[in-house]
Design a protein around this ligand. Structure first.
Ligand code: UDX
Length: 456
């Protein structure tokens, strides 16, 4: 099929590339000429495991192309995905001006039947507005179109895998034609009939699932839109729930990792998103939660449950600072090392990263900060002032009175801790992500480290 992707950010690039990988002809559009130039030259503007290879391969095969001309993109696609950003406004509501702008332009450029699919995370009822806008701005009144909602559930760091092997595909449609087209578009993924570029041959253990077809859930547009916000809010709620339990564990001497394991083994609850720590960040959970609360309020529904989820998450910064104070006594003039700046591992994304909040807060308390991240250093350098950025964790440890593990990068688990200990002024570890298991932390304590985790 011929597909246009409008907005080649994180979601658009992954969606376009993976759709090309399963056999479609895809053109990705972005008004950022610089970004398009990078993509045309074979580079990618973000770090996402596996993505660069797929972009190169599909571009070489002629299935994936890039343009900054929206008209050209719209003309070439039968299915047009809207993947532009919906950043938060001051009051937490999503800014839909980019969605509205590209919708108008799609309407003006449409030269034949188009299925317009909203993929950006949008408030419920945006589909209805897209449909109205298309009707008003459609230059050729006879060009037919349908509107659909097809929310994405991609996690940064595993986005390619998530796209190709989703738990489910949700489509919100208003008629059979749109449903049929989307079913056809996703058929290779639903039937798992494509050759998996990540694990070939596919294996259940390697992350590629077996032969079970992927559930394809067809709903009305409003329900599909709500599914996206409700899913993210529910996951954020799980994290805040376990973080609240983690505070209780600290008080009563329990181990939150064991509590999470115990409750997560219940199939009705599930183990995912039950890792206690310094809280959730990234560009989805914090903004989606805020937007969802605003949507609910505007519709006259009280969603104070989600306000509490936000409050607990924001309080994680205090929890970390208080743990430091409890051990270092006075923070002023102390040197603290921060390992990990990205909001989670396997990404260079630092948007709403709790590590950055912790650093800024400690700097206000007069602490000298040293930091390292395997991928996010360049972005962090643009965001943070007065931080000594180091080339590796050992350089960070040198002269520090505390080391905070803020992102659970795999490489932090295999550090030469004997060397770290000799480098630190005071061998104190604040494990903000509980990366060490029980045996490892017993060993650390035997080595002479002071170890403090989150809720254990
Ligand atoms: C999330 C959703 O998972 C995805 O479906 C949606 O499309 C976009 O938002 P993402 O933000 O990439 O994806 O990451 P996720 O792995 O869900 O983690 C989000 C944040 O929660 C990170 O800061 C992470 O460190 C934190 N987190 C996650 C926890 O603190 N504990 C957990 O158990 C899981």
């Amino acid at each position: 099929m011929d597909i246009s992707i409008i907005g080649t950010g994180y979601v658009g690039l992954v969606t376009g590339t993976c759709l090309a990988e399963i056999g479609h002809r895809v053109v990705c559009v972005d008004n950022d000429e610089e970004k398009i130039a990078v993509l045309k030259s074979g580079g990618i503007p973000i770090y996402e495991p596996g993505l660069e290879d797929l972009v190169k391969r599909n571009t070489a095969k002629g299935r994936l192309s890039f343009t900054s001309r929206l008209e050209e993109g719209v003309e070439r696609g039968t299915v047009v995905f809207i993947c532009v950003g919906t950043p938060p406004l001051e009051d937490g509501e999503a800014d839909l001006s980019a969605v509205e702008r590209v919708t108008r332009k799609i309407a003006e450029a449409a030269n034949s039947y188009k299925l317009i699919v909203e993929k950006s995370t949008v408030p419920v009822q945006t589909g209805m507005w897209i449909e109205k806008t298309i009707k008003i701005y459609n230059n050729r009144q006879n060009a037919e179109f349908d509107v659909a909602s097809n929310p994405e559930f991609l996690r940064e760091g595993t986005a390619v895998l998530d796209f190709l092997h989703p738990d489910r595909i949700v489509v919100g449609v208003t008629n059979d034609r749109a449903e049929r087209l989307l079913r056809e578009l996703y058929a290779p993924i639903i039937e798992r009939s494509f050759v998996c570029p990540i694990h070939s041959p596919p294996s259940a253990s390697g992350g590629c699932p077996s032969s079970e077809p992927v559930p394809f859930l067809v709903t009305d547009i409003q329900s599909a839109e709500l599914i996206k916000h409700a899913s993210n809010s529910f996951l954020a709620m799980k994290i805040s729930f376990i973080n609240a339990i983690s505070d209780l564990c600290d008080k009563v001497g329990a181990d939150v990792t064991k509590v999470a394991e115990g409750i997560g083994l219940d199939k009705r609850i599930g183990a995912s998103h039950l890792n206690a720590g310094i809280g959730f960040g990234g560009f989805c959970f914090p903004k989606d939660l805020q937007a969802f609360v605003r949507i609910a309020e505007k519709s006259g529904c009280d969603f104070s449950l989600l306000r509490e989820v936000e409050r607990i998450n924001n309080s994680r910064i205090d929890v970390v600072v208080n743990k430091l104070k409890a051990h270092l006594w006075i923070l002023k003039e102390k040197t603290v090392g921060v390992l990990g700046l990205a909001f989670k591992p396997n990404t260079d994304d630092i948007r709403f990263a709790p590590s950055l909040e912790i650093i800024k807060r400690l700097q206000r308390e007069g602490v000298n900060i040293k930091a390292y991240d395997p991928k996010a250093m360049e972005k962090a350098k643009r965001e943070l002032e007065g931080v000594t950025f180091c080339n590796d964790p050992y350089a960070v440890a040198e002269g520090c009175e505390a080391l905070i593990i803020a992102t659970e990068w795999r490489e932090f688990k295999t550090l030469d801790m004997a060397r770290i200990k000799t480098l630190m002024r005071r061998p104190f570890i604040l494990d903000g992500r509980n990366i060490y298991n029980r045996e490892e932390l017993v060993r650390l304590r035997q080595m002479g480290f002071e170890y403090v985790g989150m809720g254990r």
